[in-house]
Design a protein around this ligand. Structure first.
Ligand code: ZN
Length: 670
């Protein structure tokens, strides 16, 4: 797959703390902002912002402004009526003077919150249109009460959009056999069919080009008056010009506070691309951006991911502004710097070890603002650019956003998950204390060392494991992490302060692999996804192999199943044994053995246990989807109007933030 933004959605399972009743930390910071429908809205902290030098604060500030000015672009890309709809719903909400406990108003409020979350009338994840629980009569009565200048230009079409489920039903339709463009409700194509668009791009693409631009990335495809297919470019002077002009204005201000020439060159090239609309400029920008690795502050701003285009071409507008988390990045540097020690001491056959291993340094960042397609639902990691040839020739930047994962972790405190699935208070206490840090360490070991370790024997086809390749590769990386997270070396390197801290990581891993990840599988279905198969494979294998010595067990108590780990050192040995075997399979290209492992341990679900997990999970009312409000950045100026500081605050709530953005950053008002 080309695009590698890691999406944090229902797939993000985090164990919460049993001790905190509310999702507040010791400083009384309240992580949970709102809860409606299938959504929980959180807020995140930006630790370290206050300590940034003033010029970097200003740089961050202008980049956040550039981020917020793009908001309307995404709304309009998602559906051509979204901006009108947003105005209508917000106007009704603000104008409402009746009983706020009226069920009709309550239902309207939920619908408004859903639309704000979806950046339009469709669900951000399922792509389905939201279903209103208020009546046509309620809507009509509220529209009638609006002042004349607030009434929508076309009431009928907006009413139909809300109440007719078959009208523009799906933002992106991927159903095979249908015209995916005609049946998708987004606004990336207008008045053209799928065969017409495919023929158009087939004709203009140069298939011999080894450095191709990303065709269609920044255009809306339609027809001109003569009936010819044309691309309307998103650029200054083109489509979305008022928004892009403001983005450019803020990027110009940011450029004057760039930390160094490399960063300034990247920002200036992005400005050039927004002016020209030329995708070669975007490629040049991506190369400069990839090369800018020394700056503390970094950002994404542009038409990036193409999940929302059924043909996978047009980029949805998004922006994330961030700066390097020095402390956490030090952690990944220490791990990568010791990569050879880990490789040389691993439990795999020396013939399959790398003689010279270079760890990959993953940068850990702190997000300062989320915008466009990254807001309110947001990724927890980024790996860009998406252009294949640029990745091959110039590399890519891979980051994890630790203040976002921390907010997820904190917000899960007290959600009842641990109380339901972990019956041993001592284990719960260890989870509470060490799971966040060991989760981060697990990710670091998996990414920086696991995937980079081991080698194929000469002549072995890298694709020998075929369809099971990615499951076994993820298992190898996970096992590397599981084996080493219990190693005294981590204490010696100063990465952890307690030699037993790995135990909650082991517990959570098996709980997830044996039980709780099944909540994402529909009854009667097999486990399909590679990471899930990998976790199941590892967990079921150690359960079986450790059964004779009672290393791990599943135990029933009052009709509920619990994971018991009776011998942690023995469990570590089992992880080491399986790592050795999976590395052998990979190094020798032993397809038969790999397929047998995956099929025996990674695929089939015990229907009885599955039902039990789903029933227990259903009692918890944990929101399947989460997203964030942003902090607010306010410049402080002296008498002469010079910015002397930028203050960050976290007090803004969900709808007030949405309304403020609509007031301040509306550029394409309809
Ligand atoms: Zn991986």
């Amino acid at each position: 797959m080309n695009s590698i933004l890691i999406r944090a959605a229902a797939s993000l399972a985090i164990i919460g703390s049993p001790t905190a009743a509310m999702a507040k930390d010791s400083n009384d910071f309240n992580y949970v902002v709102d809860r409606f429908s299938d959504i929980q809205v959180l807020r995140y902290k930006v630790p370290g912002f206050e300590e940034l030098p003033l010029n970097q604060k200003k740089l961050v500030y202008y980049l956040t402004e550039a981020a917020l000015y793009g908001r309307d672009i995404l709304w309009d890309q998602n559906n051509k009526y979204n901006l009108q709809m947003r105005s209508l719903l917000e106007n009704i909400y603000k104008n409402y003077s009746g009983d706020k406990n009226d069920p009709q108003f309550k239902a309207f409020e939920t619908y408004l919150k859903q639309v704000e979350f979806g950046n339009g009338i469709h669900h951000h994840y399922s792509m389905d249109k939201f279903t209103p629980a208020f009546s046509r009569e309620f809507l009509a009565a509220q529209i009638a009460k609006l002042p004349a200048d607030r009434k929508p230009a076309d009431t009928d079409i907006l009413t139909k959009l809300i109440f007719d489920p078959s009208f523009m039903a799906k933002k992106v339709n991927q159903a095979e056999g249908q015209d995916l463009i005609l049946t998708s409700a987004n606004n990336l194509y207008e008045g053209v069919t799928q065969p017409e668009v495919e023929a158009y791009f087939a004709a203009i693409k140069d298939t011999t080009d080894t450095t191709p631009v990303m065709y269609g990335l920044n255009t809306r495809v339609t027809k001109d008056a003569a009936g010819n297919i044309v691309e309307q470019q998103y650029k200054v002077g083109g489509l979305y010009s008022p928004a892009i002009e403001k983005i450019v204005e803020m990027l110009e201000k940011a450029s004057s506070f760039a930390e160094n020439d490399a960063q300034r060159a990247a920002i200036d090239k992005l400005i050039q691309y927004y002016r020209s609309g030329n995708l070669k400029d975007f490629d040049d920008y991506s190369i400069l951006w990839t090369a800018d690795t020394d700056s503390r502050v970094d950002f994404i701003n542009g038409f990036i991911e193409s999940y929302d285009d059924p043909l996978g071409m047009t980029g949805a507008w998004e922006s994330i502004v961030n700066f390097k988390n020095l402390e956490a990045s030090h952690r990944t540097e220490v791990i990568s710097g010791n990569a050879q020690w880990f490789e040389s001491n691993s439990p795999v056959d020396p013939r399959f070890r790398k003689d010279e291993v270079k760890g990959v340094t993953a940068k850990v960042i702190t997000a300062a603002i989320l915008a466009g397609d990254a807001y309110p639902a947001t990724p927890i990691g980024i790996n860009l650019p998406n252009s294949n040839w640029i990745r091959a020739a110039h590399g890519s930047k891979s980051v994890t956003i630790e203040n976002i994962t921390q907010a997820y972790d904190e917000a899960a405190h007290g959600n009842g998950f641990n109380e339901e699935f972990v019956d041993d208070p001592a284990v719960r206490q260890m989870l509470d204390k060490y799971l966040f840090i060991t989760d981060n360490l697990h990710t670091d070991l998996h990414e920086c060392l696991g995937h980079a370790s081991g080698k194929l024997l000469p002549g072995v086809d890298p694709d020998a494991l075929k369809a099971h390749g990615s499951t076994l590769e993820e298992a190898r990386a996970d096992l590397f992490a599981l084996y080493y997270i219990a190693d005294p070396k981590l204490v010696e390197l100063g990465l952890i302060d307690n030699p037993d801290a790995y135990q909650p990581q082991y517990y959570q891993y098996l709980l997830n692999g044996l039980m709780t990840q099944l909540m994402r599988i529909e009854p009667g279905k097999d486990v399909e996804e590679a990471h899930m198969r990998n976790r199941k494979l590892i967990s079921e294998w150690v359960l079986e192999k450790g059964a004779a010595d009672n290393v791990v067990a599943l135990e029933k108590k009052n009709g509920k199943t619990y994971v018991r780990i009776n011998d942690y050192p023995a469990l570590r040995n089992l992880f080491g044994q399986l790592l050795a075997e999976i590395q052998r399979i990979k190094s020798e290209g032993d397809y038969e053995a790999g397929a047998a492992l995956v099929e025996k341990y990674g695929v089939k679900v015990d229907p009885e246990l599955h039902r039990e997990i789903l029933d227990r999970y259903a009692t918890l009312s944990i929101a399947p989807y989460k997203g964030f409000v942003n902090p607010v950045y306010t410049p402080v100026t002296d008498a002469a109007g010079n910015i002397t500081d930028i203050k960050v605050s976290y007090s803004e709530d969900y709808l007030p933030q949405m309304f403020r953005y609509s007031d301040t950053y509306s550029t394409l008002g309809k």
